[in-house]
Design a protein around this ligand. Structure first.
Ligand code: HDD
Length: 708
């Protein structure tokens, strides 16, 4: 049953715009009642249509304008409403009201992929956007981040270049939502600054199991400003309560075919069923005087601050608790902008962030058709705006009076400036800057490999294997051998084994030195490149691995496929179903057909999914209960495919005592590993749940007997 959420100040505001058509007569856009909306007005039964048919024109003219430009990047996305509750006393660092302990703020979130078009698959290997709009008492604040804490480039000037390189190639518009092609790797292999980020996107972080199971990052270093005007550098982290999980690459490709809305559906269903996803907001705080303290530059967006160096402190929790009512009105029209701040938060001088400050409002002006996009319900702040900006396409607010300038006396000097009445508004941090204009880069941004190495060396063995496979996959799809060689030379600077292993899969030996072309372009930014890197403070960061630590993990909201057929034992189904429900996981019955499933003990249950309509890749774990169904499943190839594939993709499988014989018709060996539970030998529920907490039995990947 759907849990009800109390409307908050934002959802209440949104609700006032919601239109319900139930029992309502159809009208034109001017609310004129329509008699017949199927037939155009004609001169006689078989005659031509008449120009005066304003009802037809009203309908078609609107239809002809239904599409707006999709976002130039992050076109594919899914949104949700939620709330943020501040749980820590942050007044020492920031005066931002929404971050003061106990404050609850409504928000809207949009997750996205970057490269694909609006209708592309959710499962592309890609960065995921993680944008949060806080509707605070002091106006809207947007934290427009990603699920990866670093970026490809250091300077916003190159953003169109990196986007053009990754998007489908302009002559043939191929490939869709994929970085595995020549132009992307051509660019990356000429840009050593992208080395760190390229390891992250070749890692499992780029193929999440769910939006609900990934971290989010503000990426840049920002500034907190307290009531006394003192600044503290801050990095933002979102930590998912459900842990971090990914799918396997081959699975990702199959899910793209079976259910290209996999992540969107997952988010929607979780919220609809009351499994509200949650993240803790954490911050890393760096005193202003420590700006130059580290071996890397905290303004460089290709660098993280290792959590082992500056711990992440939790300051609040986000809960997503309401699905949008209308996709276009909310998820498509929401306009994020990292260039809009509230008092208590400020920009740092990160050149990527500085460049973003221009681009977002500019793109919204174009995409949403003019400067009044702030007045679209999803973008409206929850406190009324007051200024002298007026008119423009689709203006909604109706400004009273004859004054729209400042200073004025006819309007009593209003809207007034905060400073004129002894009040406070947004004030930029008074950082002292005394500099010569240059078009160039700081030498402190020139170390491109130390943190890439830190990332690779902090991964568990299976995660490293996945990175090696991902590079091998992507570079195999690159046609230009020179590009493959250049990228291998970069990998060789990061880790020799990584380069050698990828090189082996490409039939190439990595060069010792960077390619002369790579060096030439790197020297455009740093004339003396390569510069000697500083010694890193941290050489291993466990926080960078997604592997659940022993004793950690939850299976809440995971989907377990119960593989059944008529005649299955209800007792055997319920034995595991009840145990899973206690842990918050979902048991989904899958049978040979949809409709009523007949139980061995008598009685039936409605089944929504069959082997025909769903695929194993869309489930986290599998259970085959016993009963007369076992005989049917023995000769059901689609069932056998389910368990073989589940095994191949390292998932947990359980067989009830009377169903263990089915293992013999599959590739699954008897007593395979801790992820294959046989009721006659193990504690069915306890061992199944313990194994699921590991998410996957990655070690099984070495067993490649099962065809994919
Ligand atoms: Fe961006 C969209 C995240 C660098 C220019 N970006 C966009 C979205 C996310 C990010 C999550 C989707 C927002 C939504 O859901 O509507 N972008 C990032 C991050 C970056 C970054 C984390 C680096 C740390 N972006 C970046 C640069 C520029 C842009 C350097 C340009 C100078 N980004 C845009 C944009 C988009 C956008 C073109 C496309 C649609 C939109 O803004 O609203 O303006």
């Amino acid at each position: 049953m759907k849990k009800q959420n109390k409307p908050n100040v934002k959802t209440g505001q949104m609700d006032s715009y919601v239109v319900n058509n139930l029992d309502k007569r159809m009208t034109t856009n001017d609310s004129v009642p329509i008699h017949d909306n199927n037939n155009t007005l004609k001169a006689g039964e078989r005659g031509p249509s008449l120009l005066e048919d304003f009802i037809y024109q009203d309908k078609l003219a609107h239809f002809d304008r239904e599409r707006i430009p999709e976002r130039v990047v992050h076109a594919r996305g899914s949104g949700a409403h939620g709330v943020f509750e501040a749980t820590a006393d942050m007044s020492k660092y920031t005066k931002a009201k929404f971050l003061q302990k106990g404050t609850v703020t409504p928000l809207f979130i949009r997750f996205s992929t970057v490269a694909g078009f609006k209708g592309s698959t959710d499962l592309a290997r890609d960065v995921r956007g993680f944008s949060v709009k806080f509707y605070t008492e002091e106006g809207n604040y947007d934290l427009v981040g990603n699920n990866i804490p670093v970026f490809f480039i250091q300077d916003a000037m190159q953003f169109p270049d990196v986007v053009h390189a990754v998007k489908p190639e302009p002559d043939k518009e191929i490939p869709q939502a994929a970085s595995a092609h020549d132009t992307f790797w051509d660019f990356i292999s000429l840009m050593p600054e992208s080395a760190h980020m390229s390891l992250w996107i070749m890692s499992d972080r780029a193929i999440p199991r769910s939006f609900r199971m990934m971290e989010g990052f503000g990426v840049h270093t920002f500034k907190f400003i307290n009531a006394q005007g003192k600044a503290t550098f801050v990095k933002f982290h979102w930590k998912p309560r459900l842990g971090m999980h990914s799918v396997a690459w081959q699975e990702a490709q199959k899910i793209s075919g079976y259910d290209s809305d996999f992540h969107r559906r997952d988010l929607w269903e979780a919220i609809e069923s009351g499994n509200f996803p949650q993240w803790d907001l954490g911050v890393q705080l760096i005193p202003e005087e420590d700006e130059m303290k580290y071996s890397f530059d905290i303004l460089d967006p290709t660098k993280i601050i290792p959590e082992e160096l500056v711990p992440v402190q939790v300051i609040g929790t986000m809960t997503l608790n309401r699905n949008p009512t209308n996709f276009f009105a909310e998820t498509e029209q929401v306009a994020f902008d990292p260039g809009r701040l509230v008092p208590g938060i400020d920009f740092s001088n990160d050149p990527l962030l500085q460049g973003r400050v221009f681009s977002y409002a500019d793109t919204q002006n174009y995409r949403l058709g003019g400067p009044n996009f702030h007045e679209i319900p999803i973008n409206r702040s929850v406190v009324q705006k007051h200024n002298n900006q007026k008119d423009g396409f689709s203006r909604m607010d109706i400004l009273e009076g004859n004054v729209s300038y400042f200073p004025n006396s006819l309007g009593n000097g209003c809207p007034y400036h905060a400073m004129l009445r002894g009040e406070k508004g947004f004030e930029s941090h008074g950082e002292k800057i005394d500099a010569k204009k240059i078009r160039g880069r700081s030498a402190s941004f020139a170390d491109h490999f130390t943190q890439a190495r830190l990332f690779f060396r902090s991964q568990s063995e299976p995660e490293q294997e996945h990175i090696i496979s991902a590079f091998s996959f992507e570079l195999s799809k690159v046609n230009a051998v020179a590009v493959r060689m250049r990228e291998l030379a970069i990998l060789n600077q990061i880790d020799k084994t990584l380069a050698a292993r990828v090189g082996k899969n490409l039939g190439l030996t990595p060069a010792k030195e960077l390619d002369p072309l790579t060096l030439q372009f790197a020297r455009q930014n740093h004339p003396k490149y390569p510069l000697k890197p500083n010694k890193p403070e941290v050489e291993q960061s466990p926080a960078l691995s997604m592997r659940p630590k022993p004793g950690e993990g939850t299976i809440a909201s995971r989907k377990v496929a119960f593989l059944v057929a008529d005649g299955v034992s209800l007792k055997s189904v319920d034995k595991l179903r009840k145990a899973l429900q206690k842990e918050g996981a979902e048991a989904v019955l899958i049978s040979t057909r949809v409709g009523p499933l007949q139980y061995k003990e008598g009685g039936s249950e409605e089944v929504q999914h069959s082997y025909l309509t769903v695929a194993s890749v869309c489930y986290d774990a599998f259970y085959t209960p016993e009963g007369d169904s076992v005989q049917t499943l023995k000769s059901e190839p689609d069932y056998i495919q389910f368990i073989n594939e589940g095994y191949r993709h390292c998932k947990v499988l359980a067989f009830a005592k009377g169903a263990e014989s089915l293992m013999a018709v599959s590739f699954i060996p008897d007593q395979a590993d801790k992820g294959v539970i046989q009721e006659s030998k193990q504690a069915l529920a306890a061992d199944f749940i313990a194994a699921m907490k590991l998410h996957r039995i990655w070690e099984r990947e070495m067993d490649r007997k099962v065809p994919v």
